[in-house]
Each structure stands twice: as structure tokens, then as C-alpha cells.
Design a protein around this ligand. Structure first.
Ligand SMILES: Cc1ncc(C[n+]2csc(CCOP(=O)(O)OP(=O)(O)O)c2C)c(N)n1
Length: 294
């Protein structure tokens, strides 16, 4: 299912946020801030930009999507379920024993996952390898990779940055979740990264900086990335951790904990109120993309 209208994409992002909250409160563990912050970008990727087919996850012509910041997988799972990779009710098994939806993604368990991830700093190397193979085979597939900002404290990440710059991997598109938080504080206190754009430019990358919650801008830049030329592209997406849930927004304390039941209720109310504000009564009457808690 492709969504072309900005209002439909925004609505889907809200449904995905609701599903993230519901899966986390059911799991009783997991990460809240990163997944909520990246919901708009994941919606844009899977519902508009990526070439992929949920019914044929191994289709050769597909783009590759690598989740390097594996801990934000609740947003990946919620997006994949909404677009049809697996039944939505399976989101309620997040982090359970035997579930296909582990706390960090396990490639061979779930169709549609390109890599197993969790150890930070390794996704860009994997994605660069895929991009180099496509470049050598003269194939038009693109490789998109989602990266945390705190993740970029890892030294091996920068080896891959150099490698991709050297090989001019213009089919490689990185998306940095620039939310300025990591596990125990602000990124600039823990290990300063700014000016991040200048660092990538120095390593021979193209750079675009976007507002990671402005759906129009996200779609424009992601679509344009398909014709990126000469160098790899890093999209630095300024996002708000916990976006959509007032008491979580901007707080690093929500990096790695789930909402309690009363907090989840508040969060769901707030996200639903946002949907209604955006689309009015249409939401309650016609919402064809029902979140799992309804
Ligand atoms: C190699 C490695 N070291 C440590 C961790 C534990 N860890 C998980 S998430 C995280 C912080 C990552 O920060 P960021 O990439 O900014 O993610 P965000 O807080 O935005 O979700 C850490 C240290 C890990 N997963 N892998």
C-alpha cells in the first residue's frame, strides 16, 4: 500500500505511534523515545519511498533498509506490521519468549529484516557492503540505513564513513536520528558530535539537514535521494525524542524504558487527540488504519 497524500502519511505516523506505545506497555520493557521520534521518517520510507514488496520480502529489485540503531525496532515492527509484513496483533508479542519480534531485530526470524542488529556501530559497514555490491553489479537498488546519533560515538562507524566516501557510494543513504539524546544524557555532554554535517562533508559525503517531523520535507528529501550523485548521502534528521507524547518529549530518561499502563493511557489519548485535530471526525468515522489497542 502506497500513501501519496501528506495527510494520509501523517495519519499513518500517528497510528504507528499508537502501536509503538501499545506494544511497549504490553512488553513491559523496551525503548520509547527513539521509536516515537522516528515514526514520521519510517512512515515516509515504507509507505512512500522504498521499493519493496511485503508479499515478496526477498524480491531482488527491492531497496535494502538497514536498522543500525537496532534498539528502536518498535518503530520498525509497527511500520512493517501496518504495511503488511505480518499480522498487527503480533506486535503484542514484542520481547516475549519465542516471539519473532525480539528486543533487537533478528534477521532470520522475521521476513523483511535485512540484518540482525543491536550492537551499535555496525550497520553502516553492512549497508556500505551492500551498496558497493550494487554499484559493482550496476544495479539501481538503493541502500538506506537508519543510525542513532549517540551510536556515532563508535569508532567502527567512522571506518565505514571513510570507506563509503572512498568508493563514492551514491546509492547509499544514511539517515541520522539527530535527537541529541543517548542512553544517559545529551549527546553533546557525553561525546560532542557537532558540527556533524561538516564531519560528513570532510569525509566526502553529501549532506542534507531536515526537520524529521515535517512530512512534506521528509518526502521531498527522501525522494530526491534516489537521484543522489557522486558521493554517499547523509540525511541529518532533527527529531524530538518521544515525539507526540508530551511527558516523554526531549527527555533522555525515556531512551530505554516503556510506559507504565497509566502513562500509556495518557500517551494514547494525546496521540489520538492529535489525529482528531489533524483530520477531525473523519478519524473516528473512517479510520481504516486502526491501531492495535482499538
Ligand atoms: C556496541 C554497543 N554498545 C552499547 C550498547 C548499548 N546501547 C544501546 S542504545 C545506546 C545509546 C545509543 O544512543 P543513540 O544512538 O543516540 O540512540 P537514542 O537514544 O537516540 O535512541 C547504548 C549505549 C549497544 N547496543 N551496542
Amino acid at each position: 500500500m502506497k500513501l501519496n497524500k501528506i495527510k494520509d502519511l501523517k495519519m499513518m505516523a500517528d497510528v504507528i505511534r499508537e502501536d509503538i506505545i501499545t506494544s511497549l506497555v504490553t512488553a513491559k520493557s523496551g525503548h520509547s523515545a527513539g521509536p516515537l521520534g522516528m515514526a514520521d521518517i519510517f512512515t515516509a520510507l515504507y509507505f512512500n519511498v522504498l521499493k519493496h514488496n511485503p508479499k515478496k520480502p526477498k524480491w531482488d529489485g527491492r531497496d535494502r533498509f538497514v536498522l543500525s540503531n537496532g534498539h528502536i525496532c518498535p518503530v520498525l515492527y509497527a511500520t512493517m506490521a501496518n504495511i503488511g509484513y505480518f499480522p498487527k496483533k503480533e506486535l503484542l508479542t514484542l520481547r516475549k519468549w519465542g516471539s519473532r519480534l525480539q528486543g533487537h531485530p533478528h534477521r532470520t526470524s522475521l521476513p523483511g529484516l535485512e540484518t540482525t542488529s543491536g550492537p551499535l556501530g555496525s550497520g553502516l559497514s553492512q549497508a556500505a557492503g551492500m551498496a558497493l555490491a550494487f554499484q559493482r553489479d550496476k544495479k539501481s537498488n538503493k541502500v538506506f540505513v537508519s543510525l542513532g546519533d549517540g551510536e556515532q560515538d563508535e569508532g567502527n562507524h567512522w571506518e565505514a564513513v571513510m570507506f563509503a566516501g572512498k568508493h563514492k557510494l551514491s546509492n547509499l543513504i544514511g539517515i541520522t536520528d539527530r535527537n541529541y539524546i543517548q542512553i544517559d544524557g545529551n549527546t553533546e555532554d557525553v561525546m560532542p558530535l557537532d558540527p556533524l554535517d561538516k564531519k560528513y562533508e570532510a569525509f566526502n559525503w553529501n549532506v542534507k539537514i531536515i526537520d524529521g517531523h515535517d512530512m512534506k520535507q521528509i518526502i521531498k528529501v527522501l525522494k530526491a535521494s534516489r537521484t543522489n550523485k557522486g558521493k554517499p548521502l547523509m540525511i541529518i534528521a532533527n527529531t524530538i525524542p518521544g515525539k507526540g507524547v508530551d511527558f516523554m518529549e526531549g527527555k533522555f530518561e525515556w531512551h530505554g524504558k516503556p510506559p507504565k499502563p497509566d502513562e500509556a493511557e495518557l500517551a494514547l489519548e494525546e496521540i489520538h487527540a492529535h489525529e482528531v485535530e489533524e483530520r477531525g471526525d473523519w478519524v473516528t468515522k473512517h479510520n481504516k488504519w486502526k491501531p492495535i489497542h482499538k
